[in-house]
Design a protein around this ligand. Structure first.
Ligand code: ANZ
Ligand code: ZN
Length: 814
């Protein structure tokens, strides 16, 4: 048997695909299958995680293309961000050159993997032709009332006199936050920043998750938690001398148990009290300067004031406490240490009364006798006690009633905050605003976009602050002297709509072609890491809804119909593979040693896309050997071409049937994104074909049909070897454009496929469940009719044990 030389064949096929435009998709294609992998950050290095991510979409895109779909499978570069600035400073170059170099080398690496992209649709977010549309969209968002200037806390280095990005804050040995540049301890400062008011869409972002059935449940759940909807009420407590103060609570049923009242340090009443009370003033100053995790939940100060509980008429002490957040609810709460753990801890530390006002119902898990709120809070719903005329009421009912009784209001709160997009850095999209002393903030008009970045200079702070000439402009409104905004946009803005730019990457009149977006969106299959479960995927959903609301698309309210989060590639040691650790395997080395197909095949066979798997040199070897053997078999066949046709014997019929069955199974598994199972079906078929091929009475036409089927099924994963074998077998045209095998399942397999349908499990799992140990017997175990038929065939052909031999198990022989 002969082998192939990957170093020779792989670049050759890559060139051919390119020349033939196999992966091009015309603009007039009708609703193509849109297959997308999260575009990479331009670090310059392709790692195994990328290889996995991009192999998955490439294999799927190739599969769909062979099935006759037109497929949109584009690639681009997420190329703004701080690492480029750091690299430029370290290497004495500039972020642009560094980034463009990275793109060049990554493009090479991508091509060497045989990924089939429509490179004419390539986009790069640091290109002014791209980021001008970030600016244009910013203006549209502004017109829609979705941009606000709000105060936000920033890191400030007093010695460099500059704002620091979170990534520019380091920790010293003692854990204190220091400036990355001068090592001085940093402060926090409140400054106005640009925000996109994503909270306006909180309810819709939450509600629409229910319909995203093509998304993994865990991601939907993470988004639900992030949005964090809380239904509650607000009620006023009077603080004599300071008036009525509204609180927000989700547990209005516990109001009779409130034994103290807490204000956030930023609450106006807390600030007012501070004017009269030095201790409170000191506490507020301390709390505002402190880092969130420096203060524990019991941190707080008694104000000397009392609030009147409207339910009991009692006066309860008012505290200012850091655990109350200024921008959550109303920034004020009544505290019920008997039923809230946080309040309980605070009460113990400050020696405040703890009373019980809810006890377990009869059918609750807890026994009322066992509840001791002096020891620990009882946070569950139950029946009211010690609540005056309301004793015996159920919590839920009490919550409803009390809104009326205590003159409150229903109120819904979300954890979701507005999205602060201001970054005090150079390498990002300049925010297209100008500040004029006369007119305040004025937008840069559309015709002056893009606001391009000036030349990069190395400075202590934000290079844009130092770009004096660039900064100074005439006010677009009054023509007087004005200054450009020097903040740039969070790079998540870039990735919030890039999937739309691929549709019309060169359009210079709009960010994307609306009609095409209506036809081509949503993305049918989106694949990327779970680390983007919340931010990127939520921002992209938000953008899509806004784009629909401003009529740039029509009725496209979700960007990604199906989502897959691929698992991690671990090192041989089972730890996350990393470049810095010593368990890293470089894709380039693997491609050089074994070829891209081997890497692709190994990765796809190793596990289902969602699962982690560990790198294994044996696995790589096995994948390589498998491809070499397949090539050898095909080369053999190519030579024995024209051999005698053995005609219609039973064994040939059996092999024929197995070929169809493998195609059917692989198709089903490809559709379900279980590539490893598809490849197992292919491997099983190859073993069968090899054994059959060795028999003197083997029918070469049957073997050839088998190998042709194999090579088609394998083509999406190992496309180079695939093309090579296809050529050996005189296949017509390119394998990449060949027709996917007809996958009609033979009748005997119906039972199996029905079971798969019913249980949504794969056949292997079913077999495990019913206790059959040898997975090779699946077919027989699950499809009894097929077993019977196999016996019949064996008898008919008078070739005892033949089929049993072929299938490599004993069951049939008995
Ligand atoms: C009284 C009460 C009694 C509450 C009780 C809870 C349990 P969760 O708990 O996540 O649903 N809260 C209100 N405003 C706050 C703020 N600005 N900062 C921090 N906490 C605040 O969140 C709702 C609860 O968080 C509210 O219900 C309030 O405490 C507290 F047995 O009110 B509760
Ligand atoms: Zn002006």
């Amino acid at each position: 048997e002969r082998g192939f030389d990957h170093a020779e064949i792989e670049p050759e096929w890559q060139r051919t695909w390119d020349e033939e435009g196999v992966f091009r998709i015309p603009d007039d294609a009708e609703d193509p299958e849109y297959v997308l992998a999260m575009f990479p950050y331009t670090s310059g290095e392709l790692h195994m995680g990328h290889v996995r991510n991009y192999t998955i979409t490439d294999a799927y895109a190739r599969f769909e293309r062979m099935r006759g779909e037109s497929v949109l499978h584009p690639m681009g570069w997420d190329s703004f961000g701080l690492p480029a600035e750091n690299a430029a400073n370290e290497r004495d170059t500039n972020p642009r050159d560094w980034t463009l170099d990275c793109i060049d080398s990554m493009t090479e690496q991508f091509k060497s993997m045989g990924f089939g992209y429509d490179w004419e649709r390539e986009i790069t977010t640091c290109d002014p032709d791209y980021y001008r549309w970030n600016q244009w969209l910013f203006q549209r968002f502004r017109e829609e009332g979705l941009v606000e200037r709000q105060a936000a806390e920033l890191n400030w280095c007093p010695s460099c006199e500059t704002v620091l990005a979170d990534e520019q804050v380091e920790e010293d040995a003692g854990g204190a936050e220091i400036c990355w540049r001068c090592d001085s301890p940093i402060d926090h400062r409140e400054m106005d920043q640009w925000f996109l008011t994503i909270t306006d869409y909180a309810e819709e972002l939450l509600a629409d998750l229910d319909e995203l059935e093509g998304w993994p449940n865990n991601v939907r759940e993470m988004q639900r938690n992030w949005i964090g909807k809380q239904e509650g009420a607000s009620v006023a407590f009077e603080i004599p001398g300071y008036g009525d103060v509204d609180i927000f609570t989700t547990r209005l049923d516990t109001i009779h148990g409130a034994t103290f009242f807490s204000l956030a340090p930023g609450h106006p009443v807390a600030q007012a009290i501070a004017e009269e009370n030095d201790e409170v003033a000191e506490y507020i100053e301390m709390a505002e300067g402190a880092d969130e995790d420096e203060l524990d939940v019991t941190s707080g100060v008694f104000t000397g004031e009392y609030a009147v509980n409207p339910a009991t008429g009692e006066e309860i002490p008012v505290y200012v406490a850091d655990y109350v957040l200024t921008d959550v609810g109303t920034g004020a709460l009544y505290a019920v240490p008997g039923h809230d753990e946080r309040d309980h801890e605070f009460a113990e530390a400050h020696d405040i009364d703890i009373v019980q006002v809810v006890e377990p119902t009869d059918d609750a898990d807890a026994d009322p006798e066992d509840v001791d709120v002096q020891e620990t809070a009882y946070p569950e719903d139950g029946l009211l006690v010690d609540s005056g005329e309301f004793d015996g009421l159920e919590s839920a009912e009490a919550r409803e009633r009390f809104v009326e009784v205590f003159d409150g209001e229903h109120r819904t709160e979300y954890n979701l905050r507005d999205w602060g997009i201001s970054r005090q850095r150079y390498w990002g999209t300049p925010i297209p605003m100008v500040h004029c002393e006369e007119c305040g903030y004025v937008e840069v008009p559309d015709e002056d976009l893009p606001v391009e970045l000036p030349e990069f200079v190395q400075t202590t702070g934000n290079p844009l602050d130092a770009a004096e000439e660039w900064k100074s402009v005439d006010c677009p409104e009054c023509g007087g002297p004005a200054e450009r905004e020097t903040d740039t946009m969070d790079t998540f803005v870039d990735s919030s709509w890039y999937f739309l730019r691929f549709l019309s990457p060169d359009l210079d009149s709009a960010p994307f072609d609306s009609e095409r977006a209506n036809d081509w969106m949503p993305v049918d299959r989106y694949v990327g890491g779970i680390e983007h479960a919340v931010m990127h995927l939520l921002y992209a959903r938000f953008f899509t809804k806004v784009l629909d609301d401003i009529d740039l698309v029509e009725g496209v309210r979700e960007p990604f119909e199906n989502l897959t989060n691929q698992g991690m590639v671990l090192g041989e040691d089972g730890n996350k593979m990393s470049k810095s650790g010593d368990n890293g395997v470089s894709p380039t080395e693997i491609v050089e040693a074994y070829g891209a197909d081997t890497a692709r095949l190994f990765i796809m066979e190793a596990a289902q896309p969602e699962k982690d798997f560990a790198w294994s040199p044996e696995g790589v070897q096995s994948a390589h050997q498998f491809l070499q053997n397949l090539y050898g078999l095909a080369a053999d066949l190519a030579e024995t071409d024209g051999g005698a046709d053995a005609g219609e014997d039973a064994v040939a019929a059996y092999v024929d049937r197995e070929i169809d069955a493998a195609a059917a199974r692989a198709t089903e598994e490809f559709e379900a994104f279980r590539f490893n199972h598809a490849l197992q079906a292919v491997r099983d078929l190859v073993s069968l074909l090899r054994r059959y091929h060795e028999r003197p009475d083997a029918d070469p036409a049957t073997v050839e049909r088998g190998v042709r089927t194999v090579v088609k099924l394998l083509g999406p994963v190992a496309p180079h070897v695939g093309e090579e074998v296809w050529r050996l077998l005189d296949g017509e045209g390119l394998l990449a454009e060949a027709e996917w095998p007809d996958a009609a399942l033979p009748d005997e397999y119906d039972v199996a496929s029905r079971l798969v349908e019913d249980t949504r499990e794969d056949v292997r799992d079913i077999v495990e469940t019913v206790g059959i140990e040898d997975p090779e017997t699946i077919t027989l175990a699950v499809a009894p009719e097929w077993k019977h038929r196999a016996h019949e065939l064996a008898r008919e052909s008078d070739a005892d044990n033949l089929i049993g031999d072929l299938m490599g198990h004993d069951e049939i022989r008995s």
